[in-house]
Design a binder for this molecule. Structure first.
Ligand code: MLT
Length: 411
């Protein structure tokens, strides 16, 4: 009989979001009349911006004509999109990148999950706790950990607890780690990192020859002008950091799929014998072996995000979700709930009522208000006692959700 990858058996039974969906489905089956409001998974609800749709249609028409039809494109992305990314997302912020440092892909979930493949199994990995579950789970799958303890902490990972005491900001590791996952604006807590904070991480990484895996999927939600949008705005970061960016939350591409990852050419890691190897070359090797590129119409659609029209429409989308975030944050806080985030991020991180566990609060909210959120403990043991609400709902549902919470749930 074929043997399985036993590291998978160390994982919790289900990935967080399918597990939530399973519980909601069971509840709906038992309560068919209940009108559920979903503020759980961070999935957008507003349609793609008109400029994006227009380009998508035009590109689809190109695919219908023999003279403009396209087959395989460059695995790393079409030049027209790479140029726009460089000019708008980086040069506009004083960062110079070359197009072969950018890899267009179908999502930051895949990239932030797959990136660990280019690193040795015996690296010590540092993860914030709580964190987007993909960082931990993919390292478990790859065999970089032992089993989880009763709190859900995997042996062999270095956890950086993010609690009220440290304003939910991970602290520099007290021992040498090799790879550090950072996410700002943070999923799930919604906190952001100031320039000085990011500089301490870049300095740490350079001193310890560590690599930072910087997830910036929510950068478009930064409203405070002092907060960097990219790790490369920090001096020295090109020597120590990989960055993940996505069109999903920025421009409503969760179902359309387009993202990109930046791996600077100056970023090196080492073989066991001490030879320096370019991570850009390794990622390129992996990308071209395992991925055939994002479809042409989707890349044309992504390019439209950078047109004047597209930029204005994307700004409106983000403002729409940020108004939802304000409604949730202000209402819950006025009701006496303790809430964080929601100012530079589309997530609100709240304390559960009455010292309930995160899953108890999930069930309580679902049963009494028919509102779905995400249990904080699903993001790591330090998320226990917290709960995440997403600002990606429609305005109407968001307002109704907070009304139901006001009427039916006490802080
Ligand atoms: C979340 O809810 O944390 C995100 O939607 C998950 C994702 O982007 O994959």
């Amino acid at each position: 009989m074929a043997l399985v990858n036993e590291h998978y058996l160390k994982l919790k039974a289900g990935y967080l979001f399918p597990e939530i969906a399973r519980r909601v489905q069971a509840f709906t089956k038992a309560n068919p009349g209940a009108e559920i409001i979903r503020l759980g998974i961070g999935d957008v609800t507003q349609p793609l911006p008109p400029a994006v749709i227009k380009s998508l249609h035009l590109a689809a028409d190109e695919m219908a004509r023999p003279e403009t039809f396209r087959g395989y494109g460059p695995e790393q992305g079409y030049q027209f999109l790479l140029d726009l990314i460089i000019a708008n997302d980086y040069e506009a912020r004083g960062v110079n990148l070359e197009s072969d440092e950018i890899f267009v892909s179908d999502g930051s979930k895949c990239d932030s999950g797959n990136i660990q493949e280019i690193f040795a199994v015996d690296n010590l990995i540092a993860v914030a706790d709580p964190a987007y579950p993909v960082y931990v789970d993919t390292n478990v799958m790859a065999g970089r950990t032992g089993k989880a303890d009763d709190k859900g902490r995997y042996h062999g990972l270095y956890y950086m607890p993010c609690t009220e005491a440290n304003d939910f900001l991970p602290e520099l590791p007290s021992r040498k780690v090799d790879i550090i996952y950072l996410c700002f604006p943070n999923n799930p807590t919604g906190v952001v990192a100031r320039r000085e904070v990011l500089q301490t991480w870049v300095d740490y990484a350079r001193q310890n020859q560590a690599v930072i895996l910087f997830d910036a999927a929510y950068e478009a939600y930064i409203t405070d002008e002092q907060i960097p949008h990219s790790i490369y705005e920090i001096q020295g970061a090109k020597e120590c950091a990989i960055e993940f960016r996505s069109f999903s939350k920025t421009a409503g591409f969760t179902g359309t799929r387009c993202a990109y990852t930046v791996v600077p050419k100056g970023l090196m890691a080492s073989t066991t014998s001490g030879e320096a190897v370019s991570l850009n070359k390794l990622w390129n090797r992996r990308h071209t072996t395992k991925f055939n590129g994002v479809s042409y119409p989707v890349q044309v659609a992504a390019a439209a995000v950078y047109s004047d029209e597209g930029k204005a429409q994307v700004r409106n989308l983000i403002d729409y979700y940020m108004e939802n975030a304000r409604i949730i944050r202000q209402t819950l806080s006025a009701l006496g709930f303790t809430v964080y985030g929601g100012r530079n991020a589309p997530y609100i991180w709240m304390k559960t009522s009455d010292g309930m566990s995160s899953w108890e609060f999930f069930d309580h909210l679902l049963a009494n208000a028919h509102v779905v959120g995400t249990p904080g403990s699903g993001f790591g043991p330090s998320g226990e006692g917290y709960f995440r609400l997403s600002a990606f709902g429609t305005r109407e549902k968001t307002e109704e959700a907070v009304e139901r919470i006001r009427d039916r749930i006490s802080p």
